[in-house]
Design a binder for this molecule. Sequence first.
Ligand code: 5AD
Ligand code: SF4
Length: 440
Amino acid sequence: MRYHLTTFGCQMNDHDSERMKGLLEGQGWSEVAERDDADLILFNTCTIRGSADERFLGNLGDAKRVKRHRPDVLVAVGGCWAQSQKEGVFRDFPFVDIAFGPAEITRLGELVARERLDAVGAFSLDGAFSSTLPAVRERPHQAWVQISTGCNCVCAYCIVPSVRGRERSRPAWDVVDEVRRLADEGVREVTLLGQNVNSYGRDLPRDERRTFADLLREVAAVAGIIRVRYSSPHPKDMRDDLIAAMAQCPEVGAHLHLPAQSGSTSVLRAMRRTYSRERYLDLVARLRDAIPDLSLTTDLIVGFPGETEHDFAQTMSLVEACAYDGAYTFLYSPRPGTEAAERLPDDVPHDTKRERIGRLVDLVQATAAARAQRFVGTEREVLVEGPSRTDPTRLRGRLSQNITTNFTGAAAPGQLAQVLIDAATSTTLTGHEVEVAVPA
Ligand code: 5AD
Ligand code: SF4
């Protein structure tokens, strides 16, 4: 009863994988480090871009190799890629025994426990929240908290609504109960997760309805929780009550990942993002007004159908205007079944896409490096996560602004260390501890 799990994709998949582990370990399975030693080879997949599919398929080939030597091994593929293929998984990859979508995770126990005869798939989009399962958490002081699943947006490029289904919110009392339990277990930082986290609550029955801002305040008020983050918000749902909650709750990190996707209003329209460049810039101005020390990061897509050099220049200038602390940049990848893939020709030549993203990455890095200098010479609270990855004699943690900091000091994981920042690169700060503040 040994399993091996490989996780691809976003934080929601990291969360879901912790729940798969909790479910399996509750049924007597234990994790092994090598696929060759496993009785169950499990994947939690992503299909956001073609490159995600390719990465996973390489790994699936390795499972096929193991299965050739040991035909009794169970191969199970869960998550977004599985959902995008449904029964086609078994046709194209006959060595796969089990396939299930991200809304069917709670059924994993039943799927692996049955008498093995035929391949079995589970692809409904309205199964129970994976948060109802026990978790095997990777990190003692930090936890993911799922507040909603699915997405009602119609972004033309995005496959997520078709694989994660309509948006469904977890009742606030249920979320807060979980956060209280986590705090009792020693968790200090929670990250609230949803595909579109800040449209939370609209689907709840009237007597249970809460806005995301209400929920954020309730979570921030839980004793023992000293940091609250959330991912990912949609700019269209960033209302003033949410900005105020962020500004007023010191527990809520001074960081926002606010996907812009493009700086060009006409590309944004073709993407069906429902905001213009001007509205996005206005939102950033209001955020910076309310939260002066805010660190802002984003996602940008290069080479969406119809993107001209002028459109791309608008994305470059958005990076400058918003002064991002970081950005994930992606080449547009047509996803089967999405509006863009079905209706819009993928007409930006690959070389042009590559050349543009090169310029964009350089600009993002220069902007982030310049922005990071503002921390140098200042004292900051760092929530300690453990030893530094490169030098185990030093500590690693993050600022409220979500910037990784390596420093010398004696604070323990889960504590807030007072750190004087000595130096900054575009992604990392270094410093030394001046005093330890133990959380109440
Ligand atoms: N092509 C390229 N990037 C994409 N993203 C989502 N779909 C696509 C696609 N088809 C990016 C968006 C999103 C991030 C998670 O992935 O920027 O915010
Ligand atoms: Fe990938 Fe999106 Fe699914 Fe996350 S929700 S695993 S990013 S396809």
